[in-house]
Design a binder for this molecule. Structure first.
Ligand code: HEM
Length: 250
């Protein structure tokens, strides 16, 4: 018997929905994609290396990758609003990958670039402080990675979420380390300009979020105050750190 126009439309809708959910079932979860990409990228860095000393290639590529993954972890916060659970899983994968690349970068940076504790004697005190900021960032990233183990998440309960905010401290320490360490990258100027643009965007997104939080009662601060004060201040501060600090001081 032929279907009426309404029934046919409903049937077509159901068919499309079925095809859609079959597609979702066939797609690997976003977190799996993130882990696979991280493994492939870390392998590609090693495969394309000349394995020379000092290990510029590995140190710089792993620094760049840890920075990009840290950025994505942070930017996922203000950006995802729907599909919360899937978003959280993917964000956890991005965070764990950040830690993975940071560990690789720190190993190559300290032992195969600086020359370990012996080599450190030949570098300036300023440089050592910069590495110390990197070390603190690394410790925080590792602690947060451990704190994302499911049974620890359960045990920490309501303390888990505030603890995860330490990621912002790790990010600030990473920026301090990145702008004060000696950088031997070719195309440094172009890299700094692009990174600066992306960082200001992230700062703007986070300040908007903070604004929404502080305008709610009981705080009820004036609307947009945090963004209006914070964005110009932090943009100028970052501009100075990126374009006026000497990135070649040893
Ligand atoms: C013990 C910990 C660390 C050590 C020993 C270390 C070492 C280094 C060294 C030697 C450089 C200079 C590379 C060059 O001359 O080009 C560098 C740069 C950099 N590091 Fe680290 N680092 C550490 C932790 C971290 C962490 C945790 C991050 C990020 C999550 C990070 C991100 C960067 C960035 C963005 C740069 C600038 C880009 C570059 O030069 O490749 N570092 N680090």
């Amino acid at each position: 018997m032929p279907l009426s126009a309404g029934k046919a439309a409903r049937q077509a809708g159901r068919d499309a929905q079925d095809r859609g959910s079959a597609f979702v079932r066939l797609c690997p979860p976003a977190s799996l994609v993130v882990y696979a990409c991280s493994l492939l990228l870390s392998g590609a860095v090693l495969l394309t290396s000349a394995h020379a000393l000092p290990a510029f290639h590995e140190t710089q590529w792993y620094a760049g990758l840890s920075f990009v993954f840290l950025y994505l972890t942070l930017v996922a916060g203000p950006l995802y609003t729907t599909r919360r659970l899937a978003g959280m899983e993917a964000r956890r994968a991005l965070g764990l990958s950040t830690c993975y690349f940071a560990l690789l970068h720190s190993y190559f940076g300290f032992y195969r670039f600086v020359g370990g504790l012996d080599g450190l004697r030949y570098w300036s005190r300023y440089f050592a402080w910069s590495l110390f900021a990197g070390l603190l960032a690394l410790v925080l990233l590792c602690a947060l990675a451990i704190a994302s183990l499911p049974w620890l998440v359960r045990r920490m309960g309501r303390y888990w979420k505030p603890t995860q905010r330490l990621l912002y401290v790790a990010a600030i320490l990473t920026v301090i380390h990145g702008v004060t360490v000696t950088i031997h990258l070719t195309h440094l100027r172009a890299i700094l300009i692009v990174t600066y643009g992306f960082l200001v965007l992230l700062v703007a997104l986070e300040l908007r979020r903070l604004d929404r939080y502080v305008t709610r009662p009981p705080r009820a601060l004036p609307a947009n105050l945090v963004t209006l004060v914070g964005l110009p201040t932090l943009s100028v501060l970052l501009f100075w750190a990126f374009f006026f600090l000497d990135h070649h001081a040893h």
